[in-house]
Design a protein around this ligand. Sequence first.
Ligand SMILES: NC(=O)c1ccc[n+]([C@@H]2O[C@H](COP(=O)([O-])OP(=O)(O)OC[C@H]3O[C@@H](n4cnc5c(N)ncnc54)[C@H](OP(=O)(O)O)[C@@H]3O)[C@@H](O)[C@H]2O)c1
Length: 280
Amino acid sequence: MTGKIYVVTGANKGIGYAIVRGLGQKLSGDIIYLAARNISLGEEALKKVKSELDGKLNSDIRFHQLDITDESSCKNFAEYIKKEHGGLDILINNAGFAFNMDATEPCDQQADVTIGINYYGTKLVTSILLPLIRSGGRIVNVCSKAGIMKDLYSDSWTQRFMNDVYTESDIDNFVETYKKLAKEDASGKGHKRKEGGFIESAYRVSKAAEIAYSVYLARILKDRKIIVNGCCPGFVDTDMSSHKGTLTIDQGADTPIYLATDPNVSNGGFYFERKIKEWL
Ligand SMILES: NC(=O)c1ccc[n+]([C@@H]2O[C@H](COP(=O)([O-])OP(=O)(O)OC[C@H]3O[C@@H](n4cnc5c(N)ncnc54)[C@H](OP(=O)(O)O)[C@@H]3O)[C@@H](O)[C@H]2O)c1
């Protein structure tokens, strides 16, 4: 019995669901929160995972509502966790969003929504739960290889994240500059994002920011003995990939679960297939 508290965001389906299921199979005596923004989808998923693990579950799985972009939802969850458990040990930031490849929304709108969820949402829920994460705890951010910056951005953008002094406002400035240029592109001003040293995809920029945030958090939380890593789950068969992904959700959950549970993981890395991968 370890009695640790795990939280998995965006866990009603896809990779998040498989992370909860995988943790349920692996852990003993812990509590895993299957967090989801939609109450009925979350409760359905809880029922499903419990029946799938029937007889194989040595931990408790519980549902709680959590919308990572909604401050009151995040605060409400934090208060509940504090009251119920005094704190938490492992936060797996899995919730994420991508427009379909054939989406017709203008690029500035895609930028606002995608960066709003993947970067600002991840930051919001993390900052609200952070005071509750106990020493020895971990944060795992499910980012993506789409966030690899090497050879895709101007040197000035990649170099910004190559030192160990950059701050959250440097990452904010990176995404806000992209959003501003996307707005100009949407109003027909040419190729401002490209000229500004970015690639076009808002999803890629949001995931680059999420990796940068993971590395930053690892640095500032070292003294609190909290390990933080980002990772890519691979190309997974989920709604997000329009079911074109070649991996099962369990295969996609493997690296996040490894980073959440293995005693030998390092700190501040970007992982793919359980190995550190260069991203700058
Ligand atoms: N699939 C891939 O090939 C792939 C590759 C690389 C990285 N990833 C990353 O892996 C993570 C999981 O993706 P997936 O493929 O499993 O996608 P998915 O099946 O579309 O699931 C995404 C999950 O995130 C939730 N979510 C979205 N916005 C949220 C919010 N504001 N608050 C709380 N939850 C929210 C969704 O909830 P609703 O059901 O309510 O919408 C859903 O539960 C994402 O971060 C994604 O970027 C996926």
